[in-house]
Design a protein around this ligand. Sequence first.
Ligand code: UDP
Length: 490
Amino acid sequence: ELPNTISEPPKSENHAHGHLIPMVDMGRLLAQQGVTVTIFTTPLNANRFSSTINRDAESGLRIRAFTAQLPTHEVGLTDGCESMDMLPSRDLFTNLLHAMNMMQHPLEEFAVKANPRVSCIIADKNHSWIVDTSSKFKVPWVAFDGTSCYSLLCKSKIISSKVLDNVVLDSEPFEVPGMPGPLILTKSQLPDVLVTPNRRNIIEAEGLAYGVVINSFEELEGEYLRELRKVKGEKVWCVGPVSLCNKDNMDMVERGEKSSVEETECLNWLDEQQPGSVVYACLGSQSRPTVAQLIELGLGLEGSNWSFIWVIRGKNSKLEGLQRWLSEEKFESRIKGRGLLIRGWAPQLLILSHHAVGGFLTHCGWNSTLEAICAGTPMITWPLFAEQFFNEKFIVQVLKIGVRIGAEFAVKWGEEEKFGVVIRREDVMKAVNDLMNENGEGQDRRQRAEELGKMANMAVGGGSSFLNVKSFINDIKETQCLTYDSLSNS
Ligand code: UDP
């Protein structure tokens, strides 16, 4: 049963960029290998990458978008209300999921007519109805949801071991059994999907996928990949970091949104800074910290005495308070020459690849994490929700290329005001100084990050990930031949 609906015009500009961006990159990566790729999405999302794929198509890649409107009005939502944070209330999330499930019909209509015929569906695990479509059309469904082997393995071990059955308190530390190294977490750090029983079907659906493509590379996650194969079988292909498919034309690629700052202005500013002296602070595309929390972050960056770029999600009415504070405090003139504020969307890949950037204060979204790794940049970790606490453990404990800011629990969507200020300016200053200071530990961290960056670039440029893309395509070709044969025989 659907909760009551409220008809309010959609306001927000935040979307599931963390899913959309790597999915589009993944499409381009496959098209670069000669595969015909159709990206099935809504018109609103398609607009976010249309110029990039139109340019690809003009240069001969067989890639296009096929769009179908999300039937929001049929579930009582306003037209265009296409992402979680556009919902007037959290209760309406079920309605949105319902509308997403209704996309099965237009996808199947497309599949009936598609020429060349569809031979594989790569889809986010959140669309669990794909299982049904893939069996109807006798094509493999391959899951791709943009997380790491480490996260997938954590989730799988937490579920299969039933460890949560014995955890009483949300703040009680427990060890995840069966991980290659020790991993202690609390329930309040886990993604919703693990603690909300009615969302477990998403994880169960993933178990039915023919295989999994992962935005990661073997050299980064070897041990975890081996363990994951024990759970998911051999059909696990690490094909990333997929963002590197943009390497040769980074300044021209539309990623998610149009940048809110002139890219040349941003690059000129970075050119004026000392190499390795700038902290880039950006908490991803979906986080919604309170104004009070953002003020603490700003004061912490200012107090650290390092140069910084601070990305503030803009236009949201909630941020008007921050805007007022910034002008009352004359914050921007106080930090002139040493700090750059970007209100809205930052050209993240460009910034991270600039030699002046020496550290990334991140919410540990997997895309941001990998983008930092590609650039060889160590991180300050401030996980907020979803798999971000897993990613923090991976960055700090396994890879040893990060410093924790000290976040202890996930701030649930819609409950930001309840939590208020979680991280104080002193925490920010300490983490920035720990990361940026070139003492022995800091140097080791930076060196490890740089080595991983080189490995990432090698993996995509002819190494393991490049070969895995080819072997994935060959595998699909072979299964499809088998299906054809068995069909013609029967
Ligand atoms: N991103 C960007 N500019 C911004 C914020 C984010 O280009 O101002 C991109 C970033 O490069 C990454 C994606 O948006 O590719 C965010 O994905 P991630 O998994 O890091 O986090 P999410 O936003 O999904 O929480």
